[in-house]
Design a protein around this ligand. Sequence first.
Ligand SMILES: Cc1cc2nc3c(=O)[nH]c(=O)nc-3n(C[C@H](O)[C@H](O)[C@H](O)COP(=O)(O)OP(=O)(O)OC[C@H]3O[C@@H](n4cnc5c(N)ncnc54)[C@H](O)[C@@H]3O)c2cc1C
Length: 396
Amino acid sequence: MTTLDKDAMRRSLAGVLPANQIVTDPISLITYNRDAGLDPGMPDGVAIPTSTEDVVRLVQWASKAQVPLVARGAGTGLSGGAVAEHGGVIVQFSRMQHILAFDQRGGSLMVQPGITNQQIDSAVKAHGWYYPPDPSSGRAASLGGNIAENSGGPHCFKYGVTTNYVTGLQAVLATGKVVHVGGRALDYPEYDLVALLTGSEGTLAIITEASLRLIRNPPAVKTALASFNSVEAASQAVSRIIAAGLVPATMEMMDQRFMRVIEDYAHAGLPINAGAALIIEVDGYPASLDPQMAEIEVILRETNAIEQRFAKDEEERARIWLGRKSAAGAMARLAPAYYLVDGTVPRSKLAAVLSDVSAICDNHELRVVYVFHAGDGNLHPLILIEDPKTKNWCSV
Ligand SMILES: Cc1cc2nc3c(=O)[nH]c(=O)nc-3n(C[C@H](O)[C@H](O)[C@H](O)COP(=O)(O)OP(=O)(O)OC[C@H]3O[C@@H](n4cnc5c(N)ncnc54)[C@H](O)[C@@H]3O)c2cc1C
């Protein structure tokens, strides 16, 4: 598109929604140039719908004007999905954050896609309910982004990922047609189109409403922090816990380099002299927690854990999690950018895969740190990048 065409396109976009819902000035557009990944893409405009009808108008306009639309929640995605790589208009959901219905007796919630994980969590927990998918970015990440990415998080090892909790969707197709798939019940006699849209990365439709199922908030939780000589040793412990058939609510791992950076930043009391640490949490009825932890404790001893710390109260638990949840902020102190490799491997192969990743990075003189959801084998080696512009990656 030429500059002239783009100016005409922007003028035409201005007629689709009220002026305070359209952004076209170049300075403001810069803030939409990236998501949390590395690849940039400047949009030609941003539209901020407040209703499904607004989205329909936008889609009909874009279809006629042949302009690409890119849905965007909070832009915390790591794969460039919310970036307008080839120009076009970003559809930003920050003004569609409402809870539309909360069935407190049936345990279901109907929401708009811009609502964040944290907003859902506080709304439902106050009434004894729990929405488990919890990407570590959940303070900002939107439900629309969660659905499009089929997000998991620290608790998905026990509770599953987003697709296990979305029962129904309202979405706008590329023609502007509004479709409803699934609903507020768990199962419908139709093709499972909810599952098809969940994880479709914004490529099949724009989601404008979602129905979620909730579960009872676990009545009690117990948290432990175990340290090991190496990431490989900690991985052995994870594999052994899983092989024993135990299902902790979460198992999160951090390596020494990462702990040291986090500790400098968050002062969370992490075991920075150990090679790796594992946060293990069990939940359920209060009486079930000690027997679960006792079995885990035996395995930790057998796999040569250097130290095991059990949170005695909520304050200690919050302190352990503060370390893990400060990971993203702390990264900025290590390098201005990083490339996050997000892969899932069979959990029995964790130790072997981590050794290989470290060896490959050593060979290529890449600096790598680890923080990841060990319970579901979801590895996040973070490769540090010194200068994102020249792509000169850090050497060890
Ligand atoms: C520090 C950090 C920690 C993270 N931890 C995790 C984690 O533990 N687990 C995990 O799975 N991910 C994680 N992520 C990745 C990311 O945060 C999640 O995928 C999150 O769900 C994205 O939400 P968002 O609102 O930021 O989506 P965006 O980045 O805005 O968009 C992501 C994708 O969703 C599409 N999309 C957004 N809204 C809609 C909509 N209404 N309709 C259709 N498509 C839409 C976009 O087009 C894009 O393709 C992490 C990211 C960071 C930066």
